[in-house]
Design a protein around this ligand. Structure first.
Ligand code: NDP
Length: 405
């Protein structure tokens, strides 16, 4: 029996709470803490089991240390923002508690997320005899586990990986983001980047796109972006020649984004306004719908997966593995839309594997460094079924729409 402390009462944090509550045989006590206590109380009312709540500003390690010392958790699940990763890791180090998150650190004043800041904690976590599990949402998270599963069971060597993330849902708002607006817009407006033949290549934001035929959804224009799991997969999948990440966007979303960029609303540097310093993107976040509230009328599905090429038994092989998730089904189950759900479920599974000792380590790790089997087995049990199929190894499904799946 284990105690879990979840920090961050947003869309993702709410799903982690609901899912930990479902795994009562593992998580005997749950504490949800966040900057705004009202949000914790609202989630507490939705959960069938009793949970405790607390107010914490996770930008201050001392506040997190005090909370950990009071609640004494076996693991801290960080579902606040990437800005809090290092302060929560510091607090875990000081108190000797395991750590898990779903997004890598980025400094507030610079849209540059990368693992270095967190990987640099490896020796300190190792010396303390605890572990940090990084990027355990869907992408990063399940996509990394899909790659580890493919390597273990379907390939002798993986040469290329294309991660394909499609949200074909409709929430009824002209413009909204499916997770924290500030983090989401920072990610999308930065330059795209992919890895090929040992080098990283940069492209202008959203300048490369192809149609891909997503199962249960159909063809959708998919845009090449930089995404954090590529950094760890390049490090952890030996012999990888190319990795790219693709995400779908509708024309309505892209038009809004372009206008907001053109008028300066996506800037992250402070602007003086009536004697105060205002960061335009933070102000925009205050105007946009809360991602946690989008679920009510959300219809349609998400499909996220990995298209992988490589060699098995001396022959070329192409393999595709994915999950399809319905927004409405997620809302019925846990009051959340599918993007929060597909992130929160794997975070809970990762926490479960750490506290049960199934995934054991001392130091800082990415999920693909562990045996994928127990994680893959738990995914359908907790609501994320996966499908795998072998495709024609001679076809390029990402160049033109004549190559339908
Ligand atoms: P939300 O904005 O809905 O929730 C974030 C929560 O964190 C809010 O409740 C917020 O509190 C709280 N918070 C912010 N700053 C602090 C702080 N200093 N101390 C304590 N609490 C704080 O975001 P999401 O739930 O949509 O996303 C959560 C995380 O999940 C993000 O890091 C995001 O990048 C990641 N993510 C990962 C994905 C994956 O597949 N790997 C996919 C989607 C998201 P307040 O209400 O007071 O602002």
């Amino acid at each position: 029996m284990s105690k879990v402390l979840i920090i961050g009462a947003g869309g993702v944090g709410s799903v982690v709470v609901h899912k930990c509550a479902q795994a009562a045989d593992v998580f005997s006590e749950i504490c949800l803490a966040s900057r705004t206590i009202d949000k914790c109380e609202k989630i507490k009312k939705q959960v069938r089991r009793p949970i405790t709540t607390a107010k914490v500003d996770a930008d201050h390690p001392a506040e997190v240390v005090a909370l950990i010392e009071k609640f004494r958790p076996d693991i801290v699940v960080n579902t606040a923002l990437p800005y809090q990763d290092l302060s929560i890791m510091e607090a875990c180090l000081q108190t000797g508690v395991n750590y898990l998150d779903t997004a890598n650190y980025e400094p507030p004043d610079e849209a540059r997320f990368c693992y270095k800041w967190q990987w640099d904690y490896h020796d300190r976590f190792k010396d303390k005899g605890i572990m940090a599990l990084l990027g355990c949402g869907f992408d990063p998270g399940v996509t990394n586990v899909f790659c580890a599963h493919a390597l273990k069971n379907h390939f002798d060597q993986i040469h290329t990986i294309d991660i394909l993330d499609c949200n074909a849902g409709t929430h009824g708002h002209p413009f909204a983001t499916n997770f924290n607006p500030e983090i989401n817009i920072r990610e999308i407006t930065q330059r795209g980047k992919y890895f090929e033949d040992g080098k990283w290549f940069e492209i202008d934001p959203l300048s490369v796109h192809v149609p891909f035929d997503y199962p249960e959804i159909g063809p959708r224009e998919s845009y090449l972006l930089y995404h954090e799991e590529m950094e760890s997969l390049v490090k952890n999948i030996d012999g990888l020649k190319r990795i790219r990440f693709w995400m779908t966007f509708g024309q309505e979303y892209l038009t809004h984004l372009r206008v907001l960029q053109n008028v300066g609303m996506t800037r992250i540097d402070p602007v003086e306004f009536e004697g105060r310093q205002v960061v335009p993107l933070k102000f925009l976040k205050a105007l946009l719908p809360d991602p946690g509230s989008l679920g009510v009328n959300y219809t349609g599905k998400t499909n996220i997966g990995c298209l992988i090429n490589g060699i098995k038994g001396g022959r070329k092989k192409q393999y595709y593995i994915y999950n399809v998730c319905s927004h409405a089904d997620c809302f019925r189950e846990v009051n959340a839309q599918a993007v929060s759900y597909t992130t929160g479920v794997p975070a809970m599974i990762g926490a479960l594997l750490v506290v049960s000792g199934t995934w054991k380590g001392r130091g800082v790790f990415n999920v693909e460094e562990f045996d994928p089997a127990p994680f893959m087995a738990k995914l359908p049990v907790y609501g994320l079924a996966w499908v795998e199929k072998e495709l024609d190894p001679e076809k390029d499904y990402l160049v033109a729409d004549e190559n339908r799946l």
